[in-house]
Ligand binder design. Sequence first.
Ligand code: UTP
Length: 276
Amino acid sequence: MSTLKVAVIPVAGRGTRWMPISRSVPKELLPVWRRTSASYAFEEAVSAGFEEIIFVISPDKHDVLEHFLRFDASDLGPDYSGLSWSKLHERVRVHACIQEKPRGLGHAILCAEHDVAGRPFAVLLPDEVLMDNGISMLLDCSPAVLLMDVPFEQRANYGIVVPEERDGALWIRDLVEKPKPEDAPSSLAVTGRYTFTPEIFECLRTQAPGLAGEIQLTDAMRRYTAAHPLRGVIYRGVRHDVGQPSGLLTASLDFGLRDPEYGDSLRAAVAELLKK
Ligand code: UTP
């Protein structure tokens, strides 16, 4: 059984790609098909057996916490239809800590240090919706990061790892944030699923601001992995980037077309649109 019990879901970012909507509605509450975009990461954590989920929210995002405090087990996928609201909330403690100002993803995770309280923990970025449970793939080899093979031209959008194969496993030797595709050390990009030991907080606390003047998780991970060997696990399933409009729409269509109730009518409507 996994020793990882606590998962951190940071939702305190600016959401600039969703302006002007995000000025009044947190992007995490935008719908992806029939659920909120952040509920997929939440369900992934619940399904992987986490017992405590900490949202890192900005002072104006209490609605996100409210949403998950009211989240009913029947809102989850079919695996949970036997669970009631009270059973879900008995099994999973949901709470939040505040990031006063958006000072970067690394800083957001540092804000959870007090609540993580010296335990190993997972991080799930809700902008990434994975069709298969990614975080559960890391439980047996923690600390670890989920990786994805990306095409050459997309390498500049991601943190790319310098991988190393040792003892039949994949290890992260180093990371390069958003390299030029021709300078990328591999095709393996970091996706938004990680597990860490609490020593990552020391790396975050002492991390100088990087790109955009923010405390970058990637920078802290470079120092962390030098002392705490970090495994890499390759995810080969479907992934949608719902942090931007076309990714959110594609994810909605993907879920919608699989929906037993609406799939057929949606397929017909999309086919009609494509004729135009
Ligand atoms: P992103 O940089 O991809 O998203 O952060 P963003 O800042 O929310 O949106 P844009 O880029 O302005 O459109 C990745 C994850 O880290 C969280 C975000 O909420 C998102 O889940 N984050 C980022 C924080 O919690 N705090 C920060 O200061 C920055």
